[in-house]
Ligand binder design. Structure first.
Ligand SMILES: [Zn+2]
Length: 229
């Protein structure tokens, strides 16, 4: 039997349309999955709010351009964290940390999210071309950066991913009356400020971390670190 050419044309047209619709639906579903979180508080899962994605790197992408020895790279992990931003919305970011403290960071960020302590952004420092200064000026929260302690040739605790800096603009590094980043000020009650008696300081200390806000010769209010034995 010979079918008229019109039949084939129509068949082709319809099936292309079907494939197109299928793909569109599939892609939309994938995107929504990434942007919507579900509450498990109730028995029925209900979409509760959109989540803002601040960083979406793979492990290798997040370390691109860093000249770290493989012995250091093997100690690192990329951790996803959630937090409420300065806009009051729920955000998801990423942080490169030492594997030894990855669980601490996950637990601490669960508290940060629960008490809604505002964190402006958490983005791997590769986004700032490995410049701590650029990252701080953008008020970015970060951990790993293969660098020396400012003004020295001693590797920082950040070089092993064993320290974290949170909201640098509200929690500056202060020495001899100079604040870094420039123009920043440590002022209690400002949004995102780490206060000495706060839950956030308490939860770090419970897990064996020290806080730069307790140091005497200088203050590094953004900085928490943990010595691994
Ligand atoms: Zn630090």
């Amino acid at each position: 039997m010979k079918l008229p050419i019109m039949f084939y044309q129509r068949l082709f047209k319809n099936s292309s349309l079907t494939i197109f619709l299928f793909l569109t639906t599939f892609i939309n579903a994938q995107q929504n999955q990434q942007l919507t979180i579900y509450s498990s508080d109730k028995e029925q899962s209900v979409a509760v709010q959109k989540i803002m994605i601040d960083a979406d790197y793979t492990f290798d992408e997040a370390l691109r351009g860093s000249s770290i020895p493989s012995s250091v790279k093997n100690k690192l992990d990329l951790v996803s964290v959630k937090y409420y931003g300065f806009d009051g919305k729920l955000h998801q970011g990423q942080i490169i940390v030492n594997k030894e403290i990855a669980n601490d960071i996950v637990d601490i960020f669960k508290v940060i999210e629960k008490i809604k302590f505002p964190v402006e952004k958490v983005v791997p420092i590769v986004e700032y071309n490995w410049s701590d200064e650029k990252s701080m000026n953008d008020n970015n929260t970060s951990s790993f950066n293969y660098r020396f302690i400012s003004g020295s040739r001693i590797l920082s605790m950040h070089a092993n991913g064993l320290a974290i800096d949170i909201n640098p603009k509200q929690n500056p590094y202060v020495k001899n009356g100079t604040s870094i980043p420039a123009g920043s000020e440590y002022k209690l009650k400002n949004m995102g400020t780490i206060e000495p008696d706060s839950k956030i300081v308490k939860v770090f200390k419970e897990k064996g971390w020290t806080w730069g806000g307790d140091w005497k010769s200088l203050k590094d209010y953004q900085h928490f670190q943990k010595i691994i034995k």
